[in-house]
Ligand binder design. Sequence first.
Ligand SMILES: Nc1ncnc2c1ncn2[C@@H]1O[C@H](COP(=O)(O)OP(=O)(O)OP(=O)(O)O)[C@@H](O)[C@H]1O
Ligand SMILES: [Mg+2]
Length: 520
Amino acid sequence: MAGKDSFKEFKEHSVAEFFKKNRQMLGFSSRVRSLTTAVHEYVSNALDACEEAAILPEVSVQVDRLGDDHYLLRVRDNGPGIPPEIVPKVFGKLLAGTKFHRMIPTRGQQGIGAAGVTMFAQMTTGKPVHVRTSRGDGVIWEMDVMIDVKRNEPIVKNRRSYEGDWRGTEVTAEMKEVTYNRSKYSAYEYVRRTAIANPHAQITLTEPDGKRTVWYRTSFEPVHMAKEGKPHPLGITVDDLITLAHHVTKSRRVSSMLKNELEAFGDRAVKELEKLVGRAVLEKNPADLQWHEAEKIVAALKQMKFRSPSTDVLVSIGAEQIKKSLRANLKPRYVATVTRKPKVYSGGIPFLVEVGVAMDGEVKGFELVRYANRAPLLFEQGACAITQAVQSVDWKRYGISSLEESNTVIFVNVVSTHIPYVSAGKQAIADVPEVVSEIRHALMEAGRRIKEYTSKVSQLKELLAKKRILDHYLPELSTALARILDKNPEEVRAVLSQALEERYRRLRELEEKIGAGAEG
Ligand SMILES: Nc1ncnc2c1ncn2[C@@H]1O[C@H](COP(=O)(O)OP(=O)(O)OP(=O)(O)O)[C@@H](O)[C@H]1O
Ligand SMILES: [Mg+2]
């Protein structure tokens, strides 16, 4: 029997200890994936930061090989910089961030990313990450940051500042148990896909062999994320409500907290809620709100009616920009793009879907490129709502008999203030019915445009086949006709050719139509 003694080993663990043991949950699993994860965390932070400050991003990623499975990663941006007193928390404390409780469609949302890389770097090399940052105020700060895993608190060393004219952030992390290549799960692929979905960013990648690739911007409009919404009462979970009450709100009563922190929640809603949950709970200090009380409130909210959440916080890439970017990056023969109107899932979380389909030209083979708030999702393709939606569409109806055998890139970006990820690794979107259905509709809308192209292509194929047959028999036909008519074969051939030219003109017209200008 397990007596009291078996609890001698009972200990509390910090969140850092938990993730140290379960690093795969953060995406630090295989050698290739671990490096890609680190690149993802730094690059998405860089882009998020630039967009919040409406800066046109310039991000440079450098990967150096130090030895077998041993690499140095450096990511630099021209963003707003990080205040020196905040740097330790950003890179040395898990679950600390500015995006956690904000209704804003940033790439990051958990406050784990940057510190997660620090943890991985120190676990595999025993070394801190090095941070250099400036807010453009003439002072540059540098420091080394590690995590005290037991307490989930930062340890800072070599902190110094000096004068310098620069603005941005540069992080350098040394890692082992990682490797670099150009496979479809690689950092290269990650950066390439990032560039496609972020036409306003200039991204440079320097690979271990010194090869430098620059993805130039095709859009000069900065993306601005400043607009921030509040959580909608129908989208809030018990856990959200507890966090709001215990860590976020400055209100002194639950009722005023709900009014201040939630969207579309006014005095009328307070009165209605009071009838459902009683006055006592609403009068409480938010700090004292208990789990079962929050549960009761959330259940009551679901019975109430609210105006739909505002969707103007959602920042899409836009059909035009997607088209430009796919053309520049993939050089396809045909592109169709669709940006759908915003919708709501789980009753209160706004989202929208945009889709691009690029076909033929330099596109070889089939590829699905998935994004959440413009950040590429490379892993766990099978578990993702986007994959499910793509598979659910009957592509034959749109003239593609087999997607796998076609030369097609399908681009899908899901934009939301809260992407429903399957796990903390943020690589797959959960199969929330509203989201799957919306992606499916976007794909079918694109499909209907594709149909025009694919049917022209098959018409062209048919005509070309006929032309080939006619061309093939032309010499014999001319000779035979010449004999019957007792004419010169060359003359007959010229007359026949001219007659056929008329028909070929249609062919060329069709070819032109499908050519460079084709888009839907
Ligand atoms: N390059 C950067 N420039 C400016 N601020 C940054 C930069 N990198 C990180 N930050 C700040 O540090 C915070 C923590 O970053 P971190 O990646 O840990 O979490 P997050 O991006 O909020 O969420 P997620 O865990 O989903 O990535 C961010 O919220 C942001 O405020
Ligand atoms: Mg992040």
